[in-house]
Design a protein around this ligand. Structure first.
Ligand code: NAD
Ligand code: TYD
Length: 364
């Protein structure tokens, strides 16, 4: 940890409710938090959907400051009981339906969890915060995405916190709805909400249907590497550990009612990223069914409404809170590939019948 982050730690231990803490970013955050804030109590609330995996948190099960609760953020009585029972002062809200392709196949769950679920949490926390005398130390961190800003042209300036919302997929529209609710709870009730809008994350515990883990796993299995459309779409990639550090700084130093954009300064075309993954995999994997693995690259039908380019201007979080990403894309990709190579027992069981059915419906 840098001295800046040490200074930013709150002196009193927090009691943190992490929603979606068994998912990709949530579980990385829980590990990060338990490591860096050892006296804080951490309660995970997670419904364990296809994307949630209790094994992501297995090494914390015996930690007396950690508790896992399986449940739905739309269940108001459960959420209220937890807030009260654990005397929660900080919510880190990650729980969401998060995959654009799934939102195209079935948007219902996205509106339910992302909009109604976020509303349920905000409303429960509002009453809880009222009962605590509107304590100004309480925080509600709403973790959101850059996708709410829509799609950029090749020469457009990256998204800033004042870029107009223009979500294009059911996923991003439902996240945009939840962002507006979080904003309204600050402006109407003064509740200390803060929203972060982050670019594409990658790293350990990433569910195998997203681009980076899917490519790595398909290389290991000798399966085609599907690239949508012409492969020229651009995403900004951020190592998940950098995201967790940013969220720490936001919780401890961020200003209630504000939003902060978080990005990696790593704009890459999808096809270039897939080529890099192939190259690093060829170097690091001892045995591969097809080598060079770039022979597996297959262009497939484009995603409906596929946003062309995302890019983040992270000047505000840098100048106001002192955060910048530390991991290079090259270093992060190496580390991530090493992780997938040494954690086959983690991802193999996830390639279940449900996964195969999903795969068939997207790539048919
Ligand atoms: P994920 O899909 O890996 O995990 C989501 C978690 O939420 C899972 O553990 C799931 O079981 C849980 N969940 C889903 N519905 C629930 C419900 N109704 N009640 C309780 N738990 C429920 O997602 P992720 O990639 O870790 O993303 C976490 C958050 O970060 C999301 O809000 C997402 O919008 C945001 N985000 C993600 C990225 C990214 O690149 N993955 C980028 C920016 C922002
Ligand atoms: P993804 O990991 O699904 O994240 P998001 O849609 O939230 O950006 O996809 C990243 C990019 O990769 C996106 O432009 C879609 C593209 N993509 C493919 O080309 N092929 C695939 O099989 C997948 C899953 C994604």
């Amino acid at each position: 940890m840098t001295s800046f982050e040490e200074q930013s730690l709150s002196s009193e231990p927090r009691r943190v409710l992490v929603t979606g803490g068994a998912g990709f970013i949530g579980s990385n955050f829980v590990h990060y938090w338990c490591q860096n804030h050892k006296s804080d109590r951490v309660i995970v609330l997670d419904a364990l959907t296809y994307a949630g995996n209790r094994r992501n948190l297995i090494d914390l099960e015996n930690n007396e400051n950690f508790r896992f609760v399986q449940g739905d953020i739309c269940d108001r009585s459960l959420v209220e009981a937890l807030l009260q029972e654990e005397n929660i002062d900080t919510v880190a809200h990650f729980a969401a339906e998060s995959h654009v392709d799934r939102s195209i196949l079935g948007p219902d769950a996205f509106v339910r969890t992302n909009v109604v679920g976020t509303f349920t949490l905000l409303e429960s926390f509002r009453h809880h915060w009222d009962r605590a005398g509107n304590n100004s130390e309480y925080r509600f961190l709403h973790v959101s995405t850059d996708e709410v800003y829509g799609s950029l042209g090749p020469n457009d300036h990256p998204f800033t916190e004042t870029t107009n919302y223009a979500p294009n997929s059911p996923y991003s529209a439902s996240k945009a709805g939840s962002d507006h609710l979080a904003r309204a709870y600050y402006h109407t009730y003064g509740m200390p909400t803060i929203t972060t809008n982050c670019s594409n994350n990658y790293g350990p515990y990433h569910f195998p249907e997203k681009l980076i883990p899917l490519t790595c796993i398909n290389i290991l299995l000798g399966k085609p590497l599907p690239v949508y459309g012409d492969g020229q779409n651009i995403r900004d990639w951020l190592y998940v550990g950098d995201h967790c550090r940013a969220l720490d700084v936001v919780i401890n130093k961020g200003k209630p009612g504000e939003t902060y954009n978080i990005g990696g300064n790593n704009e890459v075309k999808n096809i270039d990223l897939v080529h890099t993954l192939c190259k690093v995999m060829d170097e690091l994997a001892p045995k591969l069914p097809v080598r060079p693995s770039q022979e597996l690259i297959t262009f497939v039908k484009d995603r409906a409404g596929h946003d062309r380019r995302y890019a983040i201007d992270a000047t505000k979080i840098k100048t106001e809170l002192g955060w910048t990403p530390q991991q290079t894309l090259e270093g992060g990709i190496h580390q991530t590939i090493e992780w997938y190579l040494t954690h086959q027992e983690w991802w193999q069981p996830l390639l279940s019948k449900e996964y195969q059915d999903y795969y068939a419906s997207v790539y048919a």
